[in-house]
Design a protein around this ligand. Structure first.
Ligand SMILES: Nc1ncnc2c1ncn2[C@@H]1O[C@H](COP(=O)(O)OP(=O)(O)O)[C@@H](O)[C@H]1O
Ligand SMILES: N[C@@H](CCOP(=O)(O)O)C(=O)O
Length: 291
């Protein structure tokens, strides 16, 4: 039996819709795989009661199919489903790394990204790579049709997960079908600023680049208290704030010493609109680890 820990991730980061992602130091899923004649799945841990064990409906089933790697797969969820923290992707990433090793398939980490993304297609309707790429490879990742570019960045982050459920499938339905040229121009500027900030380990540049006037405003409507939480985090010292993935988690970049104040401000504002929330004081971390 092989054990793999794959981290939660935060995709988009505002200006990088369906392209940017970061691996978070915590939380994470732990997946155990052993060879079997057919695929079977057992799920325990956070939110496991909402996760199907049917291989046709669980992200790891699609990965096992794609790798032609039948296995008994145990998933211990640390990443709450429908959180905006790449929950479905963490399991898929762990399964891809574990089954590749178990069956000696010989794929590189980058080659495993589109394989793990087949799991995302099962749950959200789209095989977007922006969560599975950092969960497999770690760091800050830029995932495009041409492959994955990875930067080992060091940026303090605060992820605030409210007690609200937003499914990625639903949140993709509110994404506008078009954008104006002036929005394209400002998005390119923010994306370039964010990428430079990641190279320089500069929370100010990363925060500035976490802006977006296209997708985030449409999705903010799905998260009670989003604008108050964003404002409170900025007042507490965050350098940038946006929706993590499809939400409802709200993610902030900041200086190391400001994480506690930023997290407290975010929780307080969710509570003020009657929503319970929890905070992960985290940072950009490594990709899936085999034990
Ligand atoms: N291994 C898995 N882990 C988490 N969710 C899964 C898994 N397999 C299938 N799902 C389903 O995927 C959905 C959660 O995925 P998604 O909406 O993308 O949330 P997240 O933003 O946390 O990834 C839920 O409906 C859940 O039942
Ligand atoms: N780019 C995707 C990312 C979804 O992330 P998740 O953590 O909510 O699954 C999107 O924004 O739809």
């Amino acid at each position: 039996m092989l054990t793999v820990r794959a981290p939660a991730t935060s995709a988009n980061l505002g200006s990088g819709f369906d392209v940017f992602g970061v691996a978070l130091d915590r939380p994470a899923d732990v997946v155990r795989v052993e060879t079997a004649d057919e695929i079977s799945i057992e799920v325990t841990g956070v939110g496991s009661q909402y996760i199907p064990e049917d291989p046709d409906k669980n992200t790891v089933g699609a990965v096992a199919e794609a790798l032609d790697a039948p296995a008994r797969i145990e998933i211990d969820k640390g990443v709450r489903p429908a959180s905006g923290l790449g929950s479905s992707a963490a399991s898929a990433a762990a399964a891809a790394v574990g089954l590749n090793e178990l069956y000696d398939r010989g794929h590189s980490r980058e080659e495993l990204v589109p394989i793990a993304a087949k799991g995302e297609a099962v749950v959200s309707g789209d095989a977007h790579d922006d969560n599975v790429a950092p969960s497999i490879m770690g760091g800050f990742t830029i995932a495009t049709d041409d492959g994955v570019t990875k930067v080992d960045a060091d940026i303090p982050l605060v992820a605030c997960l409210p007690d609200i459920v937003v499914s990625t499938r639903d949140a993709r339905r509110v994404v506008p079908e078009s954008a104006r040229v002036d929005q394209l121009v400002e998005t390119v500027g923010w994306a370039a600023t964010l990428t430079t900030g990641m190279h320089r380990d500069d929370p100010d540049l990363v925060g500035e680049g976490m802006n977006d006037t296209v997708v985030t405003p449409a999705r903010a409507e799905l998260i009670d208290g989003y604008s108050q939480v964003r404002d409170a985090a900025l007042d507490a010292g965050a350098t940038g704030v946006t929706i993590s993935g499809a939400g409802p988690t709200v993610i902030a970049a900041c200086e190391d010493g400001d994480r506690r104040a930023v997290g407290t401000a975010m929780i307080d504002q969710f509570n003020a609109v009657g929503v319970e929330a929890r905070v992960y004081q985290t940072e950009i971390g490594d990709g899936a680890t085999l034990f």
